[in-house]
Design a protein around this ligand. Sequence first.
Ligand code: ZN
Length: 269
Amino acid sequence: MSDGCTVLLTFDFDAEALWEGAYGVTTPSTLSRGAYGANLGMPRILALLARYGIAGTFFVPGITAERYPDLVRRAHGAGHEVAHHGYLHVSPTTQTEGDERTALEKGLEILEGLTGTRPVGYRSPSWDLSAHSLRLLAEHGFVYDSSLMAWDAPYLVPVDGGSPQLVEIPISWELDDAPYFLFAFRPTYRVGLADPDRVFAIWRAEFEAAHADGGTVCYTMHPQIIGRHHRLQVLERLIRHIRQYPDARFARAADVARGYRAHPGRSGA
Ligand code: ZN
């Protein structure tokens, strides 16, 4: 008998910053791939979530928020959570502690300025934390991080070996659209271009097992990747599938993190 299941739909709205920050590529054609996420990906995702009355979580680099303030305001205004995703989409593992702190503070200021709400969640660009990240997050009042992969459901991570503790909303590469779909010739060849049916089957199976466990499942998508028509259909099929289970609920990461902090250890796998 299932205790229900919590489903998080999260979107890393990187736009051009993915290519500039993570890959160091600034050529016009490559950057236009990022712009696709803003021009078409975001509006399509926002429309899809509105159609199903679902609130998701958007992790946004500060520079992307500066470039597309209206989209960030629209997401916030529609009831979605806007969370922190670095400033230039540079991995903290390549930054000094001072640079990481500056990026964190800049991102907070920009997102809070646009939405009127201080972000409480952080996801590292490139999904890799530095030795300083968790302490910096705790110092800046974050409730949760979403960059680690030790569990399916939320868990607590110690900061510098003790308290205070942050809630971790774990991610996984298997539930991220990028490894399946993101194609690139340069600077690193990536195969991508997976069959959408295959990805749907994997994501559906993960949901069904999490549901049977009364657990949590967190999907990560990128507007410039999932925003293509044939891939957005994967997301819509998944939503429709999950909707068949009356005890499954969609939730924003901040709400899951706050709920877990109030009652740690209550959820399933
Ligand atoms: Zn990203």
